[in-house]
Design a binder for this molecule. Structure first.
Ligand code: SF4
Ligand code: SF4
Length: 163
């Protein structure tokens, strides 16, 4: 995955993608879900996250209490020690990673706590969830992080969904 090229592309088209996703907020919710879910499957047949890991390299998941307990258990440390070592509280008062890339990402782009990773990591990039129209702002932000989301949004835009 050429992440420099992805960054260039995503920034070049950011305005048009933002406008498009803003318009989709008012479009038929069921149709938007169906289109996203179908394109999600297609794009992830073509893109291998192990060639990318840009989400793990550049952003942090939110860690809720369950996530902290599970990850701490996997690492055989106390939840309090896990928090102290790896997490900080962000402007929304959520626990997030102190540093990026994620300290659990290894050199081959594997997650060192894969079975115990936070829910937010398991659900990323959120393009197969229901009521996609409610997360168009997040989806726009993810066009700047995730090559798969960029590909989905551009294909849907070019397909005429929302017209
Ligand atoms: S979810 Fe997106 S950003 Fe994360 S590794 Fe897969 S393609 Fe890359
Ligand atoms: S916990 Fe694993 S999946 Fe989540 S950001 Fe870190 S390396 Fe990526």
């Amino acid at each position: 995955m050429d992440l420099d090229r992805f960054r260039e592309e995503s920034e070049k088209n950011s305005k048009i993608n933002k406008g498009y996703l803003t318009r989709l907020k008012r479009f038929n919710s069921r149709k938007v879900d169906d289109a996203f879910h179908e394109i999600h499957e297609k794009v992830f047949e073509e893109i291998d996250c192990l060639d990318c890991a840009n989400c793990c390299k550049t952003t942090s998941p939110i860690f809720y209490e369950n996530d902290i307990d599970r990850a701490a258990k996997a690492l055989r440390v106390k939840p309090g020690d896990f928090v102290e070592k790896y997490l900080r509280i962000d402007e929304d008062k959520d626990y997030v990673l102190k540093s990026s890339p994620c300290p659990f990402l290894d050199v081959d782009n594997y997650c060192g706590i894969y079975e115990s990773r936070p829910k937010a990591c398991r659900e990323y990039p959120h393009t197969h969830r229901k009521k996609m129209v409610q997360i168009m702002d997040l989806t726009y932000k993810n066009t700047l992080v995730c090559p798969a989301v960029l590909a989905m949004v551009e294909r849907l835009r070019k397909s005429g969904l929302g017209k």
